[in-house]
Design a protein around this ligand. Structure first.
Ligand SMILES: [Fe+2]
Length: 375
């Protein structure tokens, strides 16, 4: 049995370009640099005393909250950053933490503490991890049960399934592993201008592979939603071509049409065009924040260091932010709650009869205590 696209909601296609602050071009951002936020001396001092406070309480990430990590002045700046994430460009890089001062574990605590002030960290996989490790675990991305963050493969342009993805770099790879960000709203507007017929196609549902993250036991191994939706004057998007292509392994998923493939190719052609995207080298201690509804991100393939303590290592939070946008019905199947400011995400946590230890967390935390962030 093949499912049909008519079962899934869509929104109307705007007839004019959608001009919002999140419709930017990478070349302009590279010139202004105003997405790069320098952590001030005063903010550093507050982060430092909040860290010492939480350590004195004997608490550990992810088991402390906002009240345990007081930021009397910096919290207001984080409010502004949240306003930049929803309602602004959708992208912020925070840089300038004193790397020599902290171990990787202390940096992880600071990362968690900042996240507590920005929003609510939600589960990012079926195991319910809210503080996730991005490491090459030696898995192959061609295995349909493997998620991209567990590999060294190139992760082509995509959105994560939350309001805001928040990353902290602990270690860089030997080479590669660069981040690229692009405004899907600008891509949308380019397609409206060049090929409005294909924009119509991208407003129709596409089938995505769930990659083993099922909504419930026995649930379908795929879901469907459009790549672009238009709601409240904003374009919101869900994209991950690798998972669209890998959903084709599932018999009941309709085959991609030549027109759909042409539309996907056009997305990529525009998204990789110089001037469209912003490339960012994430250094140890850099905090990156991306709104997933208007922006896409990618990571290039990387070559890693041989010895474990030096291997590329990022920490990740998926944040639900209190000033998030309302989402259209097209997001209901995956995100469930569409209300503005709702705590939501697109991953169902598997119930375990007994708490199951995270498959990767224990060994990845090991050694972070002693390792300096600057190494
Ligand atoms: Fe991602």
């Amino acid at each position: 049995m093949t499912v049909t696209a008519q079962e899934y909601p869509t929104t109307s296609v705007p007839t004019e370009p959608v001009i919002t602050p999140e419709a930017w071009y990478g070349a302009d951002l590279a010139e202004t640099g105003d997405w790069l936020y320098r952590i001030s001396e005063a903010a550093q001092r507050e982060l430092d005393s909040a860290l010492r406070h939480v350590e004195a309480l004997g608490l550990s990430a992810p088991d402390f909250g906002k009240a345990d990590f007081p930021l009397p002045g910096f919290a207001a700046e984080l409010d502004d950053i949240r306003g930049e994430l929803e309602g602004g460009r959708g992208l912020v890089v925070m840089r300038g933490i004193d790397r020599a001062r902290y171990s990787k574990k202390e940096a992880a605590f600071i990362f968690w503490g900042i996240g507590c002030h920005l929003g609510t960290a939600v589960p990012q996989n079926g195991e319910g991890h809210r503080l996730g490790h991005i490491r090459d675990l030696g898995f192959s991305f061609s295995d349909p049960s493997v998620r991209g963050y567990q590999t060294s493969a190139e992760l082509s342009y995509h959105t994560d399934m939350c309001d805001v993805v928040f990353l902290l770099c602990l270690n860089q790879s030997k080479s590669g592993g660069r981040n690229q960000f692009v405004s899907a709203v600008s891509i949308h507007n380019e397609i409206l201008d060049r090929r409005p017929d294909l924009l119509e196609v991208l407003y129709q549902p596409f089938y995505f592979d769930r990659r083993g993250e099922l909504d419930e036991a026995g649930g379908k191994p795929y879901y469907a939603m459009p790549i672009f939706s238009y709601h409240d004057g904003m374009v919101s998007t869900r994209y991950l071509r690798h998972y669209i292509d890998s959903a084709q392994r599932i018999a009941e998923v309709p085959r991609l049409t030549s027109q759909q493939n042409e539309a996907l190719d056009l997305l990529d052609e525009i998204a990789y065009r110089p001037g469209m995207f912003l490339g960012v080298e994430q250094e140890p201690g850099d905090f990156v924040l991306i709104n997933n509804y208007p922006l896409w991100h990618l990571r290039t393939t990387f070559e890693d260091h041989e010895d474990l303590p030096r291997k590329r290592h990022l920490l990740r939070q998926w944040l639900s932010i209190p000033n998030s946008r309302g989402l259209p019905e097209t997001f209901r199947g995956k995100f469930k709650n569409l209300e503005p400011g709702a705590v939501r995400h697109g991953i169902a946590v598997r119930p375990h009869p007994q708490p199951k230890p995270p498959p990767d967390a224990a060994d990845l935390w090991e050694g972070l205590d002693a390792a300096p962030l600057s190494a």
